[in-house]
Ligand binder design. Sequence first.
Ligand code: NAI
Length: 264
Amino acid sequence: SVAKGPYAERFGGQLVLVTGAASGIGRATAFAFAEAGARIVAVDRDAEGASRTAEMARLIGSPEAWGETVDVSDETAMEKLAEKVAREYGIVDVLVNNAGIGLSGSFFETTSEDWKKVLDVNLWGVIHGCRIFGKQMSERGQGGHIVNTASAAAYQPSKALPAYSTSKAAVLMLSECLRAELAGKGIGVSAICPGFVNTNITSTARFAGVSADEEKRRQKKSSRLYGLRNYPPEKVASAILRAVVRNQAVVPVTPEARGAHFMS
Ligand code: NAI
């Protein structure tokens, strides 16, 4: 095996499924598990991106890696995916529910459609993943781990991100409830809470009612406040692997996320 890094032994031979794996934190996470020797299912609604991640994962060290196209908010599509994965690749050992979309805009600027869109992906996507793959893990009876990408926004209120923050607060609580339920089965559940990370979501999120200029000003202000804009997704990926190895419940990542968690 070409597995390397501190966790090579831990993940060699395991099957790891990452959603939102075409870009940013999900892609970096797929690569980190690949480096540790895991077999990878890279899932995204961006088909090309998912297969590109799988291809790279193989080059990096994954013995087998596949790209799968699915919209995580589509329950039927997620069920079909889980059946296919179980049939063709095996039962997932580590599930990373990471797919998410950004949405900023004050509460009164946020339309019902905006709320629905963001909750459909950020919350329902995680619910579907946990229920469908968690059930398979639990029925197999050999443990496993579920990681949900929440956000520091889950515990740090902001008037610019009410819908997004609410979706992430729900993911955080869902993770803690499920952690309690699955503990007896040897299945760990972790919620990862990054602050500002340099990815597409932070540069191309749709901003309801917020002009591009306003958004730039907001980002500049937060970068002044936090003094950082360049936290790499690779460091979030390392935190995710560590969370699985150490079975950590809630993991604030980035200095400002740790600060806000300490205060909350
Ligand atoms: P990204 O935009 O680079 O990656 C998100 C990926 O999810 C994309 O490849 C996209 O195609 C995919 N995706 C979106 N909706 C999907 C759907 N319905 N079904 C399947 N795939 C879908 O963004 P990033 O930053 O890597 O985000 C990953 C996660 O991290 C998200 O849940 C985000 O909310 C969370 N997060 C990001 C932070 C940041 O500052 N970048 C901070 C805290 C949390």
